[in-house]
Write a protein that binds this ligand. Structure first.
Ligand SMILES: Nc1ncnc2c1ncn2[C@@H]1O[C@H](COP(=O)(O)OP(=O)(O)OP(=O)(O)O)[C@@H](O)[C@H]1O
Ligand SMILES: [Mg+2]
Length: 336
């Protein structure tokens, strides 16, 4: 494993900010990795280190077997051709047609006109805007502009695609379509994708690996489902709580408790809501969900559900649930 990487910026003569702080990680070839964190966490800086746009202050960044900090300018130019990038504001040439935007990196790479034209047509078909070749970007919707950005980024057959907040300017429906396209690029072309976002839903839908950043540091990382089902860092817990509501408290709890029965809050993870229902059924306990939320992480459930339960033997029911997952009885402890 190369040395951990740090990147500092001098802010004035006396002080500097550490944007990336002692980070050590490895991206598996062929995966889709999400980098998530709040504004200023160092996400963009981390990704700019990956295509050699920034040099590390210390440590080693190795991309496709190239040591970014030690590579010659020529080597870095080659590397940048193998690392495509798409952006929140699309960064298209407004005075050039869609076809000319996509052809640009091919021209830079020395492709002949006839080859370029053929490749551009192929790419535009692949991203679903084959009919827009002669249009100018200003006539396109945000989703169509990002498709142009994607076609341009994959034109020279990169091995890696970096997406910095690439869907942040798009509505939810268009975001979903662009995520589908990214998934297809990963599966069909085998391109490794690194997605930077502050939206947990994007990581849940798309990424098999996740890197959680806070203040320049990586505070959690690994398999997406495992990271969110068993969060280690407070920030990861906050990201999960934001979509799953957690356990009821305060006035909400009082109001729910007034409805009778017992309230039981169950963590849903590998132990699914169907598994929970099965336990209730085995004990003949009447139950219904009264609070909570479950999110879908790559097709698997994750969240917290609170049930109103009516049973003579709450202790036995809770004991069986606790053998599988975390359970809280917000109306008061029960003896098992
Ligand atoms: N070129 C630069 N010069 C000085 N400071 C910088 C530079 N680039 C980034 N920083 C600082 O480094 C820190 C991390 O910035 P970075 O852009 O990587 O964060 P981010 O997680 O991408 O944030 P956002 O979600 O807002 O895009 C910030 O404090 C930022 O001000
Ligand atoms: Mg950023």
């Amino acid at each position: 494993m190369p040395d951990p990487v740090s990147k500092s910026f001098r802010t004035d003569r006396r002080s500097s900010t550490t944007a990336v702080d002692d980070v050590s990680l490895r991206v598996e070839e062929g995966s889709i990795v999400g980098v998530i964190g709040y504004s200023g966490a160092g996400k963009s800086t981390l990704v700019r280190l990956l295509n050699g746009l920034e040099q590390p202050t210390s440590g080693t960044v190795e991309v496709l077997s190239v040591d970014v900090g030690a590579a010659s300018e020529a080597k870095l130019r080659d590397l940048r051709r193998s690392v495509g990038m798409i952006f929140q504001q699309f960064n298209l040439f407004t005075s050039r047609t869609v076809a000319a935007n996509v052809a640009y990196p091919l021209k830079v790479a020395g492709w002949k006109k006839a080859d370029r034209d053929k490749r551009v047509a192929e790419l535009l078909d692949f991203v679903g805007i084959g009919d827009k070749a002669k249009q100018y970007p200003r006539r396109l919707s945000g989703g169509q502009k990002q498709r142009v950005g994607i076609a341009r980024a994959i034109a020279t057959d990169p091995r890696i695609l970096l997406a910095d907040e690439a869907t942040s300017a798009l509505d939810p429906q268009t975001t979903a379509e662009v995520l589908d396209l990214l998934r297809e690029i990963n599966r069909r072309l085998g391109i490794t994708i690194v997605v930077i976002t502050h939206q947990i839903s994007i990581v849940h839908e798309l990424c098999d690996q996740v890197i959680v950043m806070d203040g320049g540091r990586v505070v959690d990382s690994g398999d997406t489902y495992r990271v969110f089902a068993h969060p280690r860092a407070d920030l990861t817990k906050r990201f999960v709580a934001a979509v799953t509501q957690g356990v009821p408290a305060g006035e909400t709890l009082s109001a729910l408790a007034a409805g009778g029965g017992d309230l039981v809050s169950v963590e849903i993870n590998e132990f699914s809501s169907e598994d929970v229902s099965n336990v209730f059924h085995r004990h003949g306990a009447r139950h219904s969900v009264v609070y909570g939320g479950v999110t879908d992480v790559l097709g698997r459930q994750l969240g917290t559900l609170t049930y109103r339960v009516r049973t003579d033997d709450l202790g036995a029911v809770v004991a069986e649930l606790r053998a599988h997952t975390d359970v809280v009885v917000p109306t008061g402890e029960v003896r098992a």
